[in-house]
Design a protein around this ligand. Sequence first.
Ligand SMILES: [Cu+2]
Length: 214
Amino acid sequence: MINRWRYGVLLALLMGLTAGCELESNKQIRQQAQKAAENALAREAEMMAQKHAAELNAANQIGQVMVAVMTPTAGNKTGGTVTFTGVASGVLVEAEISGLTPGQQHAIHIHQYGDLRLDNGKGTGGHYNPEGHDHSLPSNETRHAGDLGNLTADANGNASYSITINNVTLNSHHNPICGRGVIIHAKVDDGGQPTGNAGARISQGVIGFAKPAQ
Ligand SMILES: [Cu+2]
């Protein structure tokens, strides 16, 4: 809209200039204005193409599945799987986890890196936050892309958790999660800054392509 308005102003300027006796300096201004108008239109076309590509990619991920196999960090026993499935409204996250503290809530996040070489989970870096937001819980739309909230363990230390998120994609332009880390923490994510006061990293995994169901 702004680009069109700008184009209109430039066009009016051009017409004004060509109406009178054209000085050399006016010719230069006219050429500059023409160039600026062309650039503005090219930028607008590029933005529209990018938006279209992002929409196509988001649609193409429907039915695609990724998985993180969670393994305990040193001194812990928490493990299981977290699957990520492309659905019409975004990405469905489903966690099946065991070895948690019975009756307690545990933070679950997507972290920046899929690097499991450290046995304390810290190779995965900080929360995945490509948009530079403050940390929060999923009830708040503005948050880290990796803020998945909390698991709640039953009396046996098992948790099933599911949430659909629309601030990431599996493997396309908009905040792709493929190859990144998943961390489960010792404590609850209370939504506080900078990362929810969730304590130690008790289980880690990396998000990869899942073998299609047979
Ligand atoms: Cu975390």
